[in-house]
Ligand binder design. Structure first.
Ligand SMILES: [Fe+2]
Length: 210
């Protein structure tokens, strides 16, 4: 009898320590903030859902390689951030943004949505169907994103392609990926995703907000 109540006590103590232990076990660092750049939309497209490859009402699909980008929005303790709004924006397959400051904007692929947003699901998940980003003059390929939390937090950053030779020549990338843990948070490892969509790539990127 004595032994079993002692066991119960120990079990209880262990359980109450668990959340604290998990905090340290998670040991997360925040996704590094990076510049918004000059091409955040001045006007949002009529269709701004999380499928950027298909514009509502258009038969054509955007040119380029489809990329399924998904992950969770987490806090520093590894807990999903409920109600966070995730936005992404990027240039089309020819390196052209849908933006007034974009030279040659009229050459853009009108079948590419260019911008999309979604509120994370209850477990903090977001998912976008978009394009594998391409380089444009002066920049290595990247996808811009912003996360706004329901408590007023805001993170603006960019994702890159792991192993892209242009990364090391890109000053914005280098500043964001100063150490290996930061690098993990901004480099997308792309893999074929035949089970998801023929010819498409997929990547999982958790976004950690501080
Ligand atoms: Fe950009």
């Amino acid at each position: 009898m004595k032994t079993s109540s002692r066991r119960l006590l120990l079990a209880g103590a262990g359980a109450s320590l668990l959340p604290l232990h998990s905090t340290f076990a998670a040991g997360l660092i925040a996704t590094p903030a990076q510049t918004e750049g000059p091409f955040y939309p001045t006007a949002f497209p009529a269709d701004m859902d999380n499928d950027l490859v298909q514009v509502r009402g258009q038969a054509a699909q955007a040119m380029g390689t489809v990329l399924h980008l998904e992950g969770r929005v987490l806090d520093l303790n590894g807990r999903p951030v409920d109600g966070a709004l995730v936005e992404i924006w990027q240039c089309d397959a020819q390196g052209v943004y849908d933006h007034p400051r974009q030279p040659g904007r009229d050459r853009r692929d009108t079948a590419f949505q260019g911008y999309g947003r979604m509120i994370v699901t209850a477990d903090g998940r977001y998912t976008f169907r978009t394009l594998k980003p391409v380089a444009y003059p002066g920049r290595t390929p990247h996808i811009h994103f912003k996360v706004a939390t329901s408590t007023g937090g805001l993170l603006t950053s960019q994702f890159y392609i792991a192993g892209e030779p242009g990364n090391e020549r890109d000053g914005i990338f280098r500043a964001a990926a100063r150490d290996p843990r930061q690098r993990e948070l901004v480099e997308m490892k792309l893999a074929p995703a035949p089970g998801v969509e023929a010819g498409a790539l997929a990547t999982k990127m958790d976004i950690v907000v501080g």
